[in-house]
Structures are given as structure tokens and as C-alpha cells.
Design a binder for this molecule. Structure first.
Ligand SMILES: Cc1cc2nc3c(=O)[nH]c(=O)nc-3n(C[C@H](O)[C@H](O)[C@H](O)COP(=O)(O)OP(=O)(O)OC[C@H]3O[C@@H](n4cnc5c(N)ncnc54)[C@H](O)[C@@H]3O)c2cc1C
Length: 359
């Protein structure tokens, strides 16, 4: 998604773009995510600013390219205990809530906004800015749009192995020269020579996800549970003690519930976080069972069968920057490490690269 958004902004700025991709089709974090454009949880400052600019750009482009599947659904972060409700009410009273378009809603209003939530809930944070795109389709839709405009060529199956001044070398030995080169290799951030300094600012995080068959009802907003308050930095401005201790399975797997209904009706449900490499090659059933039980409790009805499960790995910048962006060699910029906000922030990250590179 980072590479593709850079391509889009470069084409818009008048450049002709050659887009190299190692695989026959993208298989990285950008096709494995929820497709959540999550403004609500962002840290105040540069991160929130990037998310807000990006959200605006996603909507603009989403209106032109239907295949992205942009929907301004908003989100509900749902409380199920009095303690969770207390924390959410406190956050809603903080100035940071208004900056993110977040208000506290009682169960009645919650159900009016999302009638699919039939479980026993005590309230929710409603964020009007959160939105959704379709991760399996968005990259292809963006590429088709760019290809049709003539100044963009996509080259799948071209693994880059070397970096030179204003040039890349691919595995066949072909040299790709350009006025500006953007290297957006996602979690493969340490696979190229000369990337050691950037790699030192990054870590990989592995997540587990699943998707159900078509859910008969319409889930009108994205949904999250109160464990997300522990992970998203926005909520650090209020005391979280009233949430109580995290459940044992959730604590081991750094688990939170996020749920999005896909355009075809399936429910994407996640996620977990593992930080220590080497990652397990196997998908662990225990957190999946926990996530399904939480989703079922929230919706108050049995879920359809699970249709697919997968893992995903993203690169995360560990020094607090929105992403790691460095000029590796004259005219060659590496951009990666947006962590769990890469889908959300990609348009703004691309715009910032062009500005910094003077493009
Ligand atoms: C399970 C999961 C859920 C997530 N949910 C969300 C969400 O809902 N909202 C959100 O904002 N963020 C989310 N994220 C984070 C987001 O998906 C990532 O931050 C983002 O997709 C990263 O994009 P990227 O382009 O940097 O990396 P990638 O998508 O990994 O793309 C990198 C590309 O570079 C290619 N490549 C690598 N090396 C080479 C090479 N040497 N030569 C040529 N090509 C190469 C790869 O093949 C790949 O296609 C989630 C991540 C995961 C894993």
C-alpha cells in the first residue's frame, strides 16, 4: 500500500512511474489487514495529523475509484462492563476525543447506529471519522486506475536486490534509473544492502486474523472492544485502571477485538500481536476461539462458520515516528514501518515523502 500510494501521488505530480513488485501479486500486510482507516486510536501530534490528512485523501480517491470499497462507516468501541464504560466516558470528556470526532453513546444510541450489536453492552465510543476499504481489492483497483491514465507501469515478479544512486538493480541484473526512487519493502526491510540503519529503527509484529462466511445482518460500523484502549496510544491520556486486568488469553497473545464486515458480507475478525522472532509458523487456535467468542457476545447471535484464517506481519517503527523514512543513497528513499496504521496513513506518508524529496 505504501508503494502504491507513492506511485499514485507521483503520477499526480506529473512523474511517469515504474512500479516493481517481487511477487506475482502482492501478498504482504496490505492485503492481509482489516482495511480499517482508524483515526480514532491515533496519538496526538504527527500521527493524528497524518491519519486525518490520509482519511481525507482516501475518501477523495475512494469516490473516484469504486473498486477500493471506501465506506465512511464510523466505528463503535464497545464497553461491556461498568469499568470499561467509566474509562470511555472519561475519554469522551477529554479534548482529545473531540479532535478525533469521538463521542460517548449510551446502549440505545449504540444500537440505533449499529442494530447488529445485540449483545449485553454498557455503552461505546463512537468515532465518526473511522472508515473501511477492501484490502483484497484496493491495490488492484488503484493500479488499474493508474494504468488507465498511461504514465504508470506495474512490473510484478521483479525482486530488487541492489540500490545505487537514483537507481535500483533487480534480480535479473536490470538497472532501473529514475529521478526519484522509493523503496517500500514492508516487513522485508532488512533484505537489501545498505538498509542496516533503517532496520535498527524497526521491528516486525505478527498478527492472527480470520474471516467468517457471509453474516446475514448488516454490521453498519466497524467494531472494537475495550481491550483496544490498552493498545491504541490515543487513550493513554486517561487512567485505564478501571478496565481491570486483561484476561489471561488476551494478555498472552496481546489480543484485542476488531471486527469489520466485508463488502461481500463476511466478517473480518482479529487480532493478536507477537513481537518475538522467530515467529511461530502455525496459527494458534486458542486466541481465535477467544476472538470468536467475543465477537459472538457483542453481536448477540451465533456467527457463521469461519471461512479462512491467516497471519500477517507488519514492520513497525519503534522510535515513535509515524514511519521510518530515510534517503539511502542520493534520490533513493526507503519508506516503511508504519506499524498497525499503514493502511490508514499511507496517503499522507506518500505525500510527505514527495515533499521531503522535493518532488
Ligand atoms: C493482520 C494485519 C492487520 C492490519 N490491519 C490494519 C488496519 O486495519 N488498518 C491499518 O491502518 N493498518 C493495518 N495493518 C498495518 C498495514 O497493513 C501495514 O502497515 C501496511 O499494509 C504496510 O504496507 P507496506 O506497503 O509498507 O508493506 P507490504 O504490504 O508488506 O508491501 C511490501 C511489498 O514490497 C514487496 N517487496 C518486498 N521486498 C521486495 C524487493 N526486494 N523487491 C521488490 N518488491 C519487494 C513485497 O512483495 C510487498 O508486496 C495491519 C497489518 C496486519 C499484518
Amino acid at each position: 500500500m505504501l508503494g502504491t500510494w507513492h506511485a499514485l501521488e507521483l503520477c499526480r505530480a506529473g512523474y511517469a512511474v515504474q512500479h516493481l513488485e517481487a511477487n506475482a501479486a502482492p501478498q504482504g500486510a496490505s492485503v492481509r489487514n482489516f482495511g480499517l482507516l482508524w483515526v480514532s486510536g491515533r496519538r496526538s501530534g504527527a500521527e493524528l495529523d497524518a491519519a486525518q490528512r490520509a482519511r481525507h485523501r482516501w475518501e477523495e480517491v475512494g469516490n473516484d475509484i469504486a473498486g477500493i470499497g471506501f465506506r465512511a462507516t464510523g466505528s463503535l468501541t464497545v464497553a461491556c462492563t461498568p469499568g470499561e464504560r467509566k474509562v470511555m466516558e472519561e475519554f469522551a470528556a477529554h479534548a482529545d476525543a473531540a479532535a478525533r470526532g469521538i463521542t460517548y453513546v449510551e446502549p440505545e444510541e449504540l444500537r440505533a447506529r449499529n442494530p447488529a450489536v445485540q449483545g449485553d453492552v454498557t455503552g461505546a465510543l463512537h468515532c465518526v471519522h473511522d472508515a473501511v476499504v477492501e484490502p483484497r481489492r484496493a491495490l488492484g483497483a488503484l493500479r488499474d486506475y493508474l494504468s488507465a491514465r498511461g504514465s504508470y507501469t506495474y512490473h510484478p515478479g521483479r525482486t530488487v536486490v541492489g540500490i545505487e544512486e537514483r537507481a535500483l538493480i533487480d534480480v535479473t541484473g536490470t538497472r532501473w534509473e529514475a529521478d526519484l526512487v522509493v523503496v517500500a519493502t514492508g516487513s522485508a526491510f532488512d533484505s537489501l544492502p545498505g538498509t542496516e540503519r533503517v532496520a535498527a529503527r524497526l521491528r516486525r509484529v505478527r498478527l492472527q486474523m480470520l474471516e467468517t462466511e457471509r453474516f446475514a445482518r448488516t454490521v453498519t460500523t466497524a467494531l472494537a472492544d475495550a481491550d483496544t484502549l490498552r493498545y491504541y496510544p490515543a487513550y493513554a491520556v486517561v487512567p485505564l485502571d478501571a478496565l481491570g486486568a486483561q484476561g489471561p488469553v488476551a494478555a498472552v497473545h496481546h489480543l484485542q477485538l476488531l471486527l469489520v464486515q466485508r463488502a461481500d458480507g463476511g466478517l473480518t475478525i482479529g487480532d493478536t500481536h507477537a513481537y518475538d522472532e522467530p515467529f511461530d509458523f502455525a496459527l494458534d487456535e486458542q486466541p481465535s476461539t477467544e476472538l470468536l467468542a467475543r465477537a459472538e457476545r457483542l453481536l448477540g447471535v451465533p456467527l457463521p462458520p469461519v471461512a479462512r484464517r491467516w497471519e500477517g506481519v507488519y514492520a513497525q517503527c519503534i522510535d515513535g515516528d509515524v514511519c521510518a523514512r530515510e534517503e539511502l543513497s542520493p534520490g533513493v528513499w526507503m519508506v516503511t514501518g508504519p506499524g498497525g496504521r499503514g493502511m490508514t496513513c499511507a496517503p499522507a506518508i506518500a505525500a510527505d515523502t514527495l515533499r521531503l524529496a522535493g518532488a
